[in-house]
Design a protein around this ligand. Sequence first.
Ligand code: AMP
Ligand code: ZN
Length: 470
Amino acid sequence: MKIYNTMTKKKEEFVPLQEGKLTMYVCGPTVYDFIHIGNARPMIVFDTFRRYMEYKGYDVNYVSNFTDVDDKIIKKAIEEGTTAEVISQRYIEECKKDMEGMNVMPATTHPLATQEIDGMIQMIQTLIDKGYAYDADGTVYFRTRKFEEYGKLSKKNIDDLEAGHRNIKVAGEESKEDPLDFVLWKPKKEGEPAWSAPWSEGRPGWHIECSVMSKKYLGDEIDIHAGGEDLVFPHHENEIAQSEAANGVPFAKYWMHNAFLNIDGTKMSKSLGNFFTVRDISQKYDLQVLRFFMLSAHYRSPLNFSADLMEAAKNGLERIVTAGEKIRGIMSNGAEGAMADEEQQLLKDAQAYVTKFESAMEDDCNTANAISAVFEYVKYTNSKLNEGSTKDFATKLYEILEKLCNVLGVILEKEAIVVGDEEYIEEMIAKRAQAKKDRDFALADSIRDELAAKGIVLKDTREGTKWSRS
Ligand code: AMP
Ligand code: ZN
């Protein structure tokens, strides 16, 4: 399999450190609010990469952190008059709900920065002992120039960086030996969460957390480190400097970065205010549609979010799900007995689509082409299956479709809503009532349709909306 390595700027053959195993670290979100759909892009694309590697038989150890100590979390806690922990716990839970909706598999481990402070103190101490870091009045800085390969990932020249920094004086950073040095540990300010460390009561810098969690859960050297392309510099560059200086071995063999999700050609971000949360999207679409939309482009191509593309994703997904329904119909009602010779041959021919799908995924996880292969396969099953087909043939074709959809994280058959989901149904009914009040009839209709697809029929009566199972 070929993957594009940001470090070498080339597509390279993937050779794992240990045969049959894959260790992968993906930088996760800072949890101070609902995640936006830009944050969802790395979650979805790297989850799909992981699923494909599992499909290939790899034993995958996938680690993705939650950054639960950060200025933005503290600011939100102060605004709400609560603690940083309450804020981060709340948004971790919400993020997990969104991930479930998008069918993103939980990581093998989801470490929290606040639970790993001991490891961070240890690594910072190692860096000090080795001369790569220094304590200046309670703040610990990384001595950037001492790490000779600094800039190797982002291809930045250290002297250019220095020139850019020279004229910028940052308050509180006068004690730095060099403007390029970055923070590993900082003393607390009034009201901030803090831990005791040899240098001060304080908290870690952002970059050190990933170096430490990656080491603890995956080892000193890992196969793949991934995240959005905005993390290349300085976050990943600094992680490399810290980890390699502390551990004395290369940090990650391959670096994968997804391009941005844009809106009107500009990066979607909280600070620019041009974003939708995943939760916003879930009001209008099943989050499967969002997932399918993200996979319709190659992960390294910028992707522009638009209503038209979401509609196209919805239609495309429906085409696949409908084909699945049709095949299931024949699995139940088709002819009994062994496959006919012709069916045997058709089944063999179907392998061509699997090969096409796999070649697309082998080429740096090209999900756009992989989806095209699924569309072609769906067309094939539609044309080759009919009332007279055997159950056995339909079953075999379905197994192929299921296997490919599972890599993409597309659910072919949503589990029917079971008893216990009454609360969810009532919530949807209330949402629909509100939509009607707001005269948003499109939303009201889409809620009714979504429930109908799950086998729940609504009836508007004088006493309010009643529901029953179809
Ligand atoms: P953050 O919470 O900002 O650290 O972001 C979490 C992850 O989302 C990181 O991997 C970012 O690179 C990624 N990310 C943030 N905004 C976008 C965007 N507009 N498009 C794609 N990825 C993004
Ligand atoms: Zn990170």
